[in-house]
Design a protein around this ligand. Sequence first.
Ligand code: WQD
Length: 389
Amino acid sequence: NSNTPELLKNVLVTGGAGYIGSHVIYTLLRTHKYKVISIDNYHNSFPAALTRVSSLALSELKESSPEPSAQDIDSTVIDVHECDLINPTAVRSIFSSYASKGGIWGVIHIAAYKAVGESSEIPLTYYANNVAATISLLQIMQEFHCTRLIYSSSATVYGVPPDIPIKEETRREGDSVYGRTKVMCELIIEDFCDSIMNDGETNPFQAISLRYFNPAGAHPSGYIGEHPRGRPENLLPLLAHMAVGTVTDPVLKVFGNDYPTADGTCVRDYLHILDLAAGHVIALQALEEGSELNAKVFAGSTSSNGKFKAYNLGKGHGMSVMQIVDAMRKATGHDYKTEVIGRRRGDVPELIADPALARAELGFDAPRDLETMCRDLWNWQVKNPTGYE
Ligand code: WQD
């Protein structure tokens, strides 16, 4: 009858315990439409993140509906697998364990190494972990007739973009090993969508590539947040650790102020991690064959067989390094000292999204402002100075 709830769709998230993965999983759990499966090798993340995500979703569920259904409660339980994506046997056994439970409906592939600087030092590790693992995942998805993929891509696929703000049809050109791994994976996924292997499938393979600009912030509860292993490389988490004292550098080293920007430092398009996560849920809904959203997203799809579409996830305005330092000075009360040193290899002057396509076709928006990002980041860091440990 009408009020029997739809069965939960099994959705696999690779890199589920990471900063992006944990916030994406939190947002998936709160829809109560999915049974979320996490694969992570904890190379740059902590299993505790998933325990917190699940208990946060359960407590919010109980707040919002005092008598939650058994299925809604079950949808806040994550199936957690410690597994290396480059191990096809392990990944295959996970897929087969769901074959009798309706199979894996879709995959959100987030797991990757992402340090631009490091990637030029150990390129083979990056190509193995980011590219070879993606090929292996696609092969296994094909074996198990899993035909829906959301790929975690990055604005770095644009290299030094010819125009700002950046539209999705801009040519791709990775300017670092890391950036090239993202370009290669998009091309591999596109070619797979176009391959004849999709013929005869009840559902042709459909992929949406989400090109993240700079995600920042944390869930406002401060219960989950960003906790990379070792020293944080990215600007905002580094500033948060400096303010809370877990990084004792006396100054923030600014990697160059001789860029062609207003104050000479690099400009990036920062968006709140929960807005980014919400974009993944919309993209997942767009993979539902027969839905209006699916028809709109893939209407212009050129490929003859499967379908591929890329979207920028950004706010459409940029902030310079110095503006970020100012925003964190206000949020944390910490009086940062800065020292300008040489440029960092692989950095580009400006990356600002043209957010029009995702807004028009997915109805995606990133309303949370920089002050909110800094406040939520600081709230997480103050409550968890040493992260999940
Ligand atoms: C931001 C700006 C630095 C640290 C990277 C990846 C991207 C995505 C997000 C994965 C830059 C400057 C930084 C410091 C500094 N990751 N900076 N001193 O490089 O824009 O993007 O992380 O998806 O793919 O490339 O982010 O936070 O590292 O740097 O001056 O100590 O801050 O030069 O201009 P980035 P970031």
